[in-house]
Design a protein around this ligand. Sequence first.
Ligand code: ADP
Ligand code: MG
Length: 264
Amino acid sequence: ISAGEFTVDASKMKVSRNDIAVEIIGMHKWYNDFNVLKDINLKVMRGERIVICGPSGSGKSTMIRCINRLEEHQKGSIVVDGIELTSDLANDRRRIYEVRREVGMVFQHFNLFPHLTILQNCTLAPISTRKMPRKAAEELAMHFLERVRIPEQAHKYPGQLSGGQQQRVAIARALCMKPRVMLFDEPTSALDPEMVKEVLETMVGLAEEGMTMLCVTHEMGFARKVANRVIFMDKGQIVEQNTPDEFFDNPQNERTKIFLSQII
Ligand code: ADP
Ligand code: MG
């Protein structure tokens, strides 16, 4: 099946169509009294590959989880592919679903459904959310399982696969929804070292095909090779952002310097 055969008529549901994939303006989030994200401003153009790094607890996961509304922000706005997520969306589930359809997410711990086969993991959302016929969904799933180079695992269960294979399934599963943006939250940090490479290679392939990507990762080799922009977060704020070369070779902020000296 050609990837282009399955397209969504998004024009009907979009406020506007342009080259901005994600725009976050003056966004704050609190967990009770704790101001976990403070005045986040970030514009992501289509095709950008952004690496987000920073100390543990700095708000990286929370920020990317706000982009597909796994977390709710309380102030400011987030616009994903022309769809605005405001802080008072409680009664607008439809808009949240629209955003989730456009945004693929890959987690540290894969989050595959253990009781479903690899193929079923990949076809579930296209069938239930996209209303794809089963056969077409299965063909699409096989297309992406081939792309992540594990088509032969299609009828196994997640527990029968290695961590690296499971993470590649998770990437294929996200791709089956034809997302316009992919979010990765430390996709390799739960993997044994020998499996990190195969997952990073899959991500490099996606980047080469022009996918818009936001990746929380401390894989600095990947950041240098793939990112067009590196963002450093600390204490709930974006403290510094730059091209990878400038970011690594000439960090400006004291906190960035300390962070880099610890991880490189
Ligand atoms: P990072 O991904 O950079 O390690 P997180 O976004 O996971 O950081 O967390 C940022 C801060 O928010 C941390 O102090 C964390 O303890 C806190 N936090 C995360 N999730 C919750 C939650 N559900 N409730 C309360 N505090 C949370
Ligand atoms: Mg995190």
